[in-house]
Design a protein around this ligand. Sequence first.
Ligand code: ADP
Ligand code: ZN
Length: 729
Amino acid sequence: MTSYFDPGALIGVLTTQPLDRPLDYRAPEGGCHLGAFVEVPLGPRKVLGVVWGPGRGDFDLSKVRSVIRVLDAAPMRDEMRAFLEKAGAYTLTPMPAMLRLATRAPGLGDPPSMRRVYRLGQGTPDRMTDARTRVLEAAAEMGGLSLTLNELAEAAGVTSSVVKGLVKSGAILEEESPRDTPFPLLDPDHGGKALTDDQSAAAESLRAGQRAGGYETVLLKGVTGSGKTEVYLEAVAEALRQHRQALVLLPEIALSAEFLTRVEARFGARPAEWHSGVTLTERRRVWKMVAEGQAQVVVGARSALFLPFRDLGLIVVDEEHDTSYKQEEGVLYNARDMAVLRASILGAQVVLASATPSLESWANADAGKYKRLTLNARFGAAVLPEMRSLDMRAEKLPANRWISTALQHAIKARMAKGEQALLFINRRGYAPVTLCRACGQQIGCDHCDARMVEHRFLKRLVCHQCGESKPVPTTCPHCQAEDTLAAVGPGVERLAEEAAEHFPEARIAVLSSDLYGTARELKAQILSIAEGGADVIIGTQLVAKGHNFPKLTLVGVIDADLGLQGGDLRAAERTFQLMRQVAGRAGRAEAPGAALLQTYQPEHPVIRAILAGDEEAFWAAEAQERRAAGMPPYGRLAGIILSGEDMGRVFDLGNHLARNDGALRRVGAQVFGPAAAPIARVRGRHRVRLLVKAPKGVALQAALTEWTGQVSLKGDLRMAVDIDPQSFF
Ligand code: ADP
Ligand code: ZN
C-alpha cells in the first residue's frame, strides 16, 4: 500500500469519535503520510485522527472536506495500526475505542511548548540573606542542570519570590527550555550483578533471543527471590545494546518505587514511567519521547502497551499471572495476551515472569509454544520457607478471635529474634458483614446486591463493588432496633485489633490499599516496613506482590480456605498462586522463613499441593480437569453482560439472545443463561449475564458478532462482550 498521499488525495481517517469506520477526507496542502496524526473537521468540531489508508470514495465527493493540519508527532507505525486492528478484532472493540487507548496523552497536537527554568549564574546579588544563600547552594548542587521555579524554591526551602529576587543580579539565570525533554541515556553495562550459574544460563538464553531479533515468548519461572528480575534486566540490557526499546509491565503501581530505584541502580539512570499516578505533562513527555526513541525503557502499567514505541524489542510482563492485567472496564483486554500479540506483529521478545504462572502460560509452555526457563535455587541462602498447615478444626478459639495459639507462639518467637511476621487476610476493612442481632438481616448496598463492609478506620460502611459508602447506622435499617448491629467475621482492621491484644509491645502495620490516601503514602509505608519499622504486618493481597521485606521470616495465612469457596473457575489456581506468593514473602534474606496456613480442610488437594510445593502436580491435575470440561485454556469462554434500569427488559433481551443462538451453534458453541450476574445490580442498573462456551480454534468472534448483531439496543439497554473473562461478575 502507498505510504504517502499527495495534496488533495482521498484518504480515510480514523478518529476517536464513536463512528463505525474511517471517514473520507482530502489530504492537506503538502500531502500526508499513512499513519499521520491529523486534525480533521467533524461537523462543527475539530477532532484528532490518524490517516488509516486510502479513502473509500462512497461519500458525495463534492462534500469531502480537507484535513485541517498534520500534527507534529511521528506518524503511527504500520505495526501499531496492525496491532490496534487485531486487538480490536479479538476483543470485539470498535476501532475508535482502540485509537483512544493509543492516544492517552493530552495535547498531542500542540506545538512543542516551552517552560521557564532556573539555574546558577555568574552574577553576585547586591545583598545576601540566609534564604538567598540557600537558593545559591541548592542551585550549585544541581551543577549545570535547570529546575523550575517551584522545584528550586522547594529544594532551597524558600518562597519562589526569593528565587525571583536573585534573577535581576544574574546570580540565578532564568531561561526558556522545551518542556518535553529526552530521558537520560541508560547504560547497559552500568551495574550488572555477578549471576549464579542458573541465572547466567537463563540470562544468556534471553540475550541470544534479543540478538536474534525476532518474535519469541519465554516463560521465566522461578520462586520469589530466585533472581527473575535480575535475569530479565539482562534482556533489557541486551535490548539497549541492540538499540531497541524495552517495556517492563508491572501489575500495580505500588511496586514501582522500589522497582525504579532498582532499574536506576542497574542502568545508571531512571527509565520513563507510565501509570495512572503520572502527571498529564509527564504523560505527554513519555508519549512523545517513546515515539522519537528518546525513552529507551518504559516501566508501566498495562496501558503502556499502547505507547507508540519507535522500535520495541522486548516486553517483560512481570507477575504475568496477576489478575490486574485484565482490564475490567471500558475496553476489556488482557495485557499479557496483548503483549504477545503486539510482539508477534513487530518481531519482539516477550518475557513472562512469575513464580506461579497462569495455567494458560503453563499450558502454552507445555505445548512448546513458549520457551520455558526455570530458576531453581533461591539466590543466597537457598532455603524455601517451611510450610505447614494449622488444622483449625482442632482449635477452640474464643468468639471473634482468629489467630490460633500455634500462630501466636510462632509470631512471638520471631519477634524475640528481632524478625518480622506477616498476617495475611484477603479482606479489606474491619468486618465483611454487619448483621442485626435482633432481626438477623445483613446491611446491603442500596445500589448493588453486595454487602456493605464496615471500615472502622473510615468510620463508614463501604460497598466494595460500587464504592458507595455511608456512616455506620445506630439503628437497624430493617427492624429499627437500636444498638443491635454486630460486626461478623474478620477483615484486616479487626485482625490488627486482635494482634494488638496478643502482642501489646509489637509495632503493628496494616497494609491495605484503602488505608492510604495516595500511592505515595503507601510507598512510604512499604519502605518503612522494609527498613524494619514494624514487627507485625497485617495485609491483604497487596502484600502478595513483589515487595522485598528482608526482616520478614514468618507468614501466617489466616484463612487459607477463602479462595477455595468461590464458584469461580479459577479459584483453585488463584489460591495456589496467592499462597505460594505469600509464602515466598517469608525469609527472603538470610533468616530461614516459615509459612503457616490456617485451614479447615487440610486434606484439600490445593492445600496439599501448596504444602508439598509440588507445582507440576498441581498444574497437571488442574489442566486435566479443565481439559475434560472443555474450559480455558482448552476451550474458550466469552461473557455477555447486559444491563439496564428495568430488570424485566434486561432479562427479555437475554432470553431473546439465548433462544436465537443459531450463529453460535453453527460453530459448535453453547450459550448458558441468562442469569443474574453474581453482582446483579451495580449503580442502580440490573445486570444479567450469558456465558458462551466454544471449542478451541473456532471463529468465535465472528460468531459472536453475528449473534449479538441480531438485536438492537434500545433506550438505556447496554451490552458488553468480555472475551476470555477472568472474573465472573
Ligand atoms: P525475583 O524477581 O525472582 O523475586 P529478584 O531478582 O528480585 O528475584 O532477586 C531477589 C533478591 O536477590 C534481590 O534483592 C536481588 O538483588 C538479589 N539477587 C538475585 N540474584 C543476585 C545475584 N546474582 N547477585 C546479587 N544479588 C542477587
Ligand atoms: Zn454498591
